[in-house]
Design a protein around this ligand. Structure first.
Ligand SMILES: C[S@@+](CC[C@H](N)C(=O)[O-])C[C@H]1O[C@@H](n2cnc3c(N)ncnc32)[C@H](O)[C@@H]1O
Length: 359
């Protein structure tokens, strides 16, 4: 049986499954779901084996909100012996196909963390074994995901059980399990800073940072206190208007790049049309935030917006779809072309991050 394996935040398997099933059906590809509850893993077992590869080619991973990473299975679960694990993996792959890089992965759980030590030890001999068997290409230079290629995934469910599969570098996450490991900047005033850092990394291509994410730009941060998001804008050299009734960290105010206004983020509007970035982390009803964001963009108050939408306790997938649809409807009504992407990022919890701009 061929399946697509999807990685998501543990606890969000239902949303991840509902989404792949729906978007596969739009492409006339069908299957049934096996959810690994609280393990952040979803198996989508396909009715037609060829649809695994076809779907990975057709459906952009960027269009899936709840999936961090995915691959198509090459094998069912393989039971590995205590010794000669490398040989067992090499043997089950055969020599028909070659891959450009290897990702050793495991569930994003406490048990998975234990497994990662085991995987680190196995990684070097496994790579060597795969290269020797000509399964992994022997490139002189380091693998670069942006240059394309095929990735071999080894998902370890335990030290004895592994599932092998593949994905395409141009339509999968460049990070192991789709998780970017970001370092918390010691000068940032709150941990939420990592959310905006990850969002910029994820949504804005590096080669466009010089025009879309650069010093001298004006930015507005709605719901800014104590300043984790503002910190990300300041460190990129931007001038920030921070809106929140709560206090901002002194260290940020001392940079001279921040103007703090204690007022309601739903009432503030800039005096001039010179704001590039609008970022918003107000914990408010998602419908209200979605409406505010589309109004800012449609009225030309900002060029790009990055914001969080809080997820409800129940019916999360449906609610997200409704919130995003409301934004799309507003743009369509005004006959503007737009870019709108949403992702449940690694540093998000009960919210998703959305990026929107008119083009
Ligand atoms: C999750 S915190 C923001 C954290 C911030 N992004 C950071 O990185 O430090 C949410 C903030 O939104 C603010 N907030 C909620 N509703 C607001 C509103 N209507 N106007 C302005 N700020 C609001 C709260 O005071 C709170 O400081």
């Amino acid at each position: 049986m061929t399946s697509i394996v999807l990685y998501c935040r543990p606890g969000f398997e239902k949303e991840c499954g509902a989404e792949i099933q729906e978007k596969a059906a739009w492409n006339e590809m069908y299957g049934y779901l096996e959810l690994k509850k609280n393990q952040g893993l979803v198996f989508f077992h396909l009715q037609v084996p060829e649809h695994g590869e076809a779907l990975l080619k057709k459906l952009p991973l960027k269009r899936l909100i709840f999936t961090r990473q995915w691959f198509v299975t090459l094998t069912e679960k393989i039971e590995l012996p205590d010794y000669n694990r490398v040989e067992a993996i090499v043997e089950s792959l055969g020599t028909e196909w070659q891959y450009d890089d290897l990702r050793m992965e495991m569930p994003d759980t406490n048990d998975g963390k234990e497994l990662s030590k085991f995987c680190r030890k196995l990684a070097v001999p496994l790579r060597q074994g795969l290269r020797k068997a000509n399964i992994l290409t022997n490139k002189k230079t380091e693998f670069k995901a942006e240059e394309g290629g095929t990735i071999l995934h080894a998902l370890f469910l335990s030290g004895q059980d592994v599932i092998l599969g593949f994905s395409f570098a141009d339509n999968s996450s460049p990070h192991v399990m789709g998780i970017p490991r970001l370092k918390f900047p010691s000068l940032a005033p709150s941990r939420s800073t990592l959310k905006l850092d990850e969002a910029f990394l994820y949504f804005i291509p590096r080669n466009e940072w010089s025009t879309r994410l650069t010093s001298g730009m004006n930015a507005v941060d709605l719901g800014s206190a104590p300043g984790g998001w503002t910190y990300q804008l300041v460190r990129r050299g931007m001038m920030v208007t921070a809106i929140d009734n709560g206090p901002m960290a002194e260290s940020l105010m001392e940079t001279g790049q921040v103007k703090h206004k204690m007022m309601d983020g739903f009432k503030y509007l800039p005096m001039k049309q010179n704001v590039y970035w609008l970022v918003c982390d107000m914990i408010e009803k998602p419908q209200k935030v979605a409406k505010l964001m589309s109004e800012w963009l449609l009225n030309g108050h900002c060029k790009e917006a990055m914001f969080n939408l809080k997820l409800p306790m129940k019916g999360r997938y449906q609610q997200v779809n409704e919130d995003l649809q409301a934004i799309k409807d507003a743009f369509t009504e005004h006959q503007v072309k737009y870019e709108l992407y949403a992702k449940h990022l690694y540093y998000d919890r009960e919210e998703i991050t959305v990026h929107a701009r008119l083009i």
